[in-house]
Design a protein around this ligand. Sequence first.
Ligand code: ADP
Ligand code: MG
Length: 238
Amino acid sequence: MAKVEISSVGKTFGSLSVLEGINLSIRSGEFVVFVGPSGCGKSTLLRMITGLETPSSGEICIDGTRMNEVDPAKRGTAMVFQSYALYPHMTVGENMGFGLKMAGTPKAEIRARVEKAAAILRLDKLLDRRPAQLSGGQKQRVAIGRAIVREPKVFLFDEPLSNLDAELRVQMRAELIELHRRLGATMIYVTHDQVEAMTLADRIVVMSGGAVQQFGRPLDLYDDPDNRFVAGFIGSPK
Ligand code: ADP
Ligand code: MG
């Protein structure tokens, strides 16, 4: 579990300003969901937390440590992408253990962690299969498993359910809530789906135009939106 503090963070790409003056304090063990229209900078913010991008201004701290100077591999974060990004020639077990293998983790330790994650995700009978032999939901579980085996303090999810059909999305939401309950880790989750945000989040960050419009509990946003954008996006009657 870890606290994530984002202070005065901005990001520009050339002359394009994508994010400006982002301030957020995410509590240890909290499930925070970022929502906002396509292009508002949600993925960029996640990528900066995990070290795939560097802030143009401001700083991000995890448990009080400034991330600007910390190597991405040592941040204690793990990201799950919408595209799964599984290696087709590797088995499920090999896919899940690959990052640990690259980091030089001993074989027995890799096996133990993969088996533990597989049990949590109900993948234990599928460890010898290849990605092509899996359903969409199973593939997404493998992608989540690959993050779990790294035992991160902070999980980052970038629209992980967007490629799944509606029924499976509902089922996976329940599984993510259960996963959060079991692991107790801090989870930061990006979606453009309001219902998903309302279902999953302890607190929701509503973003638009490169800024935070409101940060609060789902029902508080619904009952008391700060502005018309938040009201419209959350579907509040106000
Ligand atoms: P979201 O995830 O909310 O849809 P993104 O964070 O992906 O938004 O992108 C925000 C904006 O930043 C978009 O206008 C996108 O085109 C731009 N952008 C993202 N990454 C880069 C990059 N590496 N170079 C230039 N522009 C980028
Ligand atoms: Mg995105």
